[in-house]
Design a protein around this ligand. Sequence first.
Ligand code: SAM
Length: 252
Amino acid sequence: MKSEFAGTTAQYYAEYRRDLPMEQVRALAAHIGLRADDIAVDLGCGTGQIAVPLATHCAAVIAIDPEPDMLAGLRARRAERVLCVLGDDHDLPRLSVPLTGPIGLVTIGNALHWMDERSTLSAAASILRPDGAIAIVTQGPPLWLGPAPWQTRVREALESLYGPVSGNCRTDQSALDERRAMAAGLGLDTEVLSWRAAYPVTVDWVLGHLASALSPHQLEKTEELRTLLQGLDHDEIVEEVTTTVLVARRGS
Ligand SMILES: C[S@@+](CC[C@H](N)C(=O)[O-])C[C@H]1O[C@@H](n2cnc3c(N)ncnc32)[C@H](O)[C@@H]1O
C-alpha cells in the first residue's frame, strides 16, 4: 500500500520543505556535544531536511524512512556521508550492531507522531552512546494553522475546498509536555531548545508547500486554490517558523 508520502507528495516535499537552517543545526550539534567521530541517526528523514545539514557535524548520518519515494528524493541530493536506509521505527534496535563509530544523536524531525512514540524513544535511547541524545524536532504548526492573517486566509481557502484542516501533527505544548514526561520516565534528562526564523514567501511557494501535504486527488483543485489565494503576493507575506527541540539525553 502506498504511504501518504509517496509520489507527488515526495516530489513536492523535496522542493518545498526547507532544511533545518544551518545555524540551528550547528547550535544543536554543539549543544548535544556531537563529536566528529559520532554517527547520527535521522529517523523519518523524509528528503533530508535534517540529515543533510547534520552530516557536516559528524562522521555519518544513517537516514531512515519507510517511504521509498522520500528516500529517492534524499538520494538525489547526493549528500556526502548520508546513508539512506529503507526502514521505520521498528528497525531502530537493529542499529545495536557494531558500527564504525558510536551513535551520538538520534534526530526525529516532524515525524514522531507517525510512530509508537514511547517504544521509539526507548529504542532510540538504547542505541545511544553514554551522554548521547535524542532530538525531537518540530517546526511550529503547519503553515496553514499559523497565526498571521495571510495564514488564516490560506486555512480558509483549504477548508472551502477540502473541509476542516485542524490536525497540528503534535506540534502543540501539550504534546511537548507529554513527550518530555515520557522521556523522563525512561530515565532520560530532558531540556527544550527553541529558535525562530522568518522567511518571505510567494503564493507559488505556498502552493508548492501545500502540494507537499495534499493527496494526488486533492491536487486536482490546485488552480482553484491559486484563485482563492490571488492577491496575497501584493502584501509582504512572511512565514515565521519556530523550531522546538526536545533534547532527551542518556546519562554517562
Ligand atoms: C512530515 S515527514 C518529515 C520529514 C523530515 N524529517 C522533516 O523534518 O521534514 C514524516 C516522515 O516520517 C516518515 N515516517 C512515517 N511513518 C514512519 C515510521 N513508522 N517510522 C519512521 N518514519 C516514518 C514518512 O515517510 C515521512 O518521510
